[in-house]
Each structure stands twice: as structure tokens, then as C-alpha cells.
Design a binder for this molecule. Structure first.
Ligand SMILES: Nc1ncnc2c1ncn2[C@@H]1O[C@H](COP(=O)(O)OP(=O)(O)O)[C@@H](O)[C@H]1O
Ligand SMILES: N[C@@H](CCOP(=O)(O)O)C(=O)O
Length: 306
């Protein structure tokens, strides 16, 4: 294969209680990227549409991932990358993760599928180091594997795919302000009290169990974040009002998507998710804030060829 066009999904990382450990992929929202082999044995980025991002390969997460993969595989070709962004960086919807995961997947196609999904996740994590200074996996793994994922361990990396009820539908509101993941990570204290840790890991267990057994009440009781949300919510305008409006409209739970500013809610039907979208819309409507709202099923597929 000499060229490939791919779609890399947006993601919701953390999923309330799973800071740095859980994520899921969205259907319909994501970036498109086009990759072609070159003779130069290096990486060029010839087009970026939809966002202002660096064209230098070593500053753009797509370039960083491609450079690492070409070096690791001792490839006898180079790669040119075109990036078409459909949502803004600093979104909390895995903008950098989509570029990193999309590149890992696509360059692997050009390398005749040399690497496993776990290895692709490790390459994509190097892109996240460029984007936010930390080798996080919850967003990139969701964009590569699709569906719900659990990062059970970072070293060695262990990614678990979690089944989820097909009815589960996400509502996302994305206020058009930029919060860099790097900045949002700085507000998280490096230590938490044992009581908080107990409450948090009990909810992770409850959420995973609820997803496995289609137990919507258990999913709802477990979609509670005692760690990141309380420390980050002040960065997001009207966070509590949006969250309460979502819960009042029937959402199972709502919290910050990734590092914000996007807020997600999960509902047990598209009808409820649409009601949640209306309720969220009412909160921001007259606030003077620009925003986008998306209603999306959880994508069973991760990055794919289009
Ligand atoms: N291809 C890329 N796509 C998105 N962001 C990129 C890319 N390359 C570099 N970046 C940088 O990564 C940062 C955005 O990533 P991040 O803060 O994690 O936001 P998001 O939550 O939307 O992924 C910005 O500083 C942006 O300039
Ligand atoms: N676990 C990370 C997830 C960042 O996701 P993004 O979509 O904001 O890049 C964090 O919460 O910092």
C-alpha cells in the first residue's frame, strides 16, 4: 500500500471515575487524514485544515508518531501527511489523540501491519507527550481500539476492551474555549486522601461491572468522579448548571470529557440523549459562549480506513 486515507474518532477520556484509565470512542466526530509514501525517508506535513497547528514534523503529534515509527521499523520510505481537523485542539475530545492514533494506524498500514494495536498505542502515547507532556493512553487507546477501553496498567502497558450496552448514547457540549491538557493536568494534586481513593476505585469497579452486565442503574451510580472533576470544574463555564441539567433530563451521569472544556453525559437511549442535548443547549444559549453539541453512540470501531 502506497497511500491511505483514514478517519480517527474523537474520544471521551476518563469517563468520570477513570482518570487516565478509561476512555471511549465517538461515532461520526473525528479527524480525517491522508498519508502517502515518499522517497525522502523523512516526514512532511503538507496540509493542515481546520486548526492552526505546527507543520514541523517534530512539533506536530502526527509527525512525531510517524517519525518514531519509521525509525523503529527502519523503513526505506518517508511519509507525507495531510490533516483535516473537524474539532478544535484543546477540546477535551482527544484532538491530539486523534492525530496520534490516526497516524499510528495509517503508518502501520503503509508498513503492511507490522505492529499490534498495543504497539500502536505505545507509539501514539509518544504523540501525547508532545501534546501535553505526559504519556497518557486513555484517549489514544480508545481512538485505536474503539469502544470502551480500560488502561489496566501503564508499565507494562495493558489495555482491556470493555463491552458496553449498544443503547448507550453520549451527549457532548463543547464550549469553544481552549483548555490545554498540559494545563488541566497541572491542577490535579499528585496525592489524594485514602477515603477519596476508596470511593474512586469502587466506582471504577461498579462502572466496569455495569457495562458488562447492561446494568444502567449501576452505571449511573458509578459515573461519579471524586478526583479530577472537583479540581477542574472551575475551568469550565457553568459546569455545575450543565451537569445538573443533564441529570434532570434523564442522563445516567455527566462529567468533564477528557481534560475539558467539553462536558459529556451518557444516556440509555438516543431519545434521552437528545433531551439532554436540548437541556445543555438551554444553559449556554444566552450566555454569549460559542459552543457545539453532539449526540453520538459509542463507536465500536476505532480508527478506520475510509
Ligand atoms: N496534530 C495535532 N492535533 C491536535 N493538537 C496538536 C497536534 N499537534 C500538536 N498539537 C498540540 O497539542 C495541543 C492540543 O492537545 P490537548 O491539549 O491534549 O487538547 P485535546 O484535548 O483537544 O487533545 C495543542 O497545544 C496543539 O498545538
Ligand atoms: N486522562 C487525560 C485525558 C486527556 O484527554 P484529552 O481529550 O483532553 O486530551 C486527562 O484527563 O488529563
Amino acid at each position: 500500500m502506497d497511500k491511505v486515507k483514514i478517519f480517527a474518532p474523537a474520544t471521551v477520556a476518563n469517563v468520570s471515575c477513570g482518570y487516565d484509565a478509561m476512555g471511549f470512542a465517538l461515532q461520526g466526530l473525528g479527524d480525517e487524514m491522508f498519508f502517502s509514501k515518499t522517497n525522502s525517508k523523512t516526514v512532511t506535513i503538507s496540509k493542515i485544515e481546520g486548526a492552526k497547528l505546527p507543520f514541523e514534523a517534530n512539533k506536530n503529534v502526527a509527525g512525531v508518531v510517524a517519525l518514531n515509527m519509521l525509525k523503529d521499523s527502519d523503513a526505506d520510505f518517508g511519509v507525507d501527511i495531510q490533516i483535516f481537523k473537524n474539532f478544535k485542539p484543546g477540546s477535551g475530545l482527544g484532538s491530539s489523540a486523534a492525530s496520534a492514533a490516526g497516524t499510528a494506524f495509517a503508518v502501520n498500514q503503509l508498513l503492511n501491519n507490522k505492529y499490534s494495536n498495543l504497539e500502536l498505542t505505545k507509539f501514539a502515547m509518544q504523540g501525547e507527550v508532545t501534546a501535553c507532556g505526559s504519556a497518557i493512553a486513555d484517549n489514544v487507546a480508545a481512538a485505536i481500539y474503539g469502544g470502551f477501553i480500560l488502561v489496566r496498567n501503564y508499565d507494562p502497558l495493558d489495555i482491556i476492551q470493555i463491552p458496553s450496552p449498544s443503547e448507550l448514547t453520549a451527549t457532548i457540549i463543547h464550549p469553544q474555549i481552549e483548555i490545554k491538557t498540559e494545563d488541566a493536568r497541572k491542577v490535579i494534586k499528585s496525592e489524594i486522601p485514602i477515603k477519596t481513593a476508596i470511593a474512586q476505585w469502587a466506582n471504577v469497579g461498579g462502572l466496569i461491572s455495569g457495562l458488562h452486565t447492561n446494568d444502567f442503574d449501576l452505571i449511573s451510580r458509578s459515573l461519579v468522579d471524586h478526583v479530577a472533576e472537583p479540581q477542574r470544574k472551575h475551568l469550565i463555564p457553568h459546569f455545575d448548571t450543565i451537569k445538573n441539567a443533564a441529570l434532570k433530563s434523564g442522563a445516567l451521569g455527566a462529567s468533564i470529557s477528557g481534560s475539558g472544556p467539553s462536558i459529556f453525559a451518557l444516556s440509555k437511549s438516543t431519545e434521552i440523549a437528545n433531551n439532554v442535548a436540548e437541556a445543555m443547549d438551554m444553559v449556554y444559549k444566552n450566555s454569549g459562549i460559542d459552543y457545539n453539541i453532539y449526540v453520538s453512540k459509542i463507536s465500536k470501531l476505532g480508527t478506520k480506513i475510509i
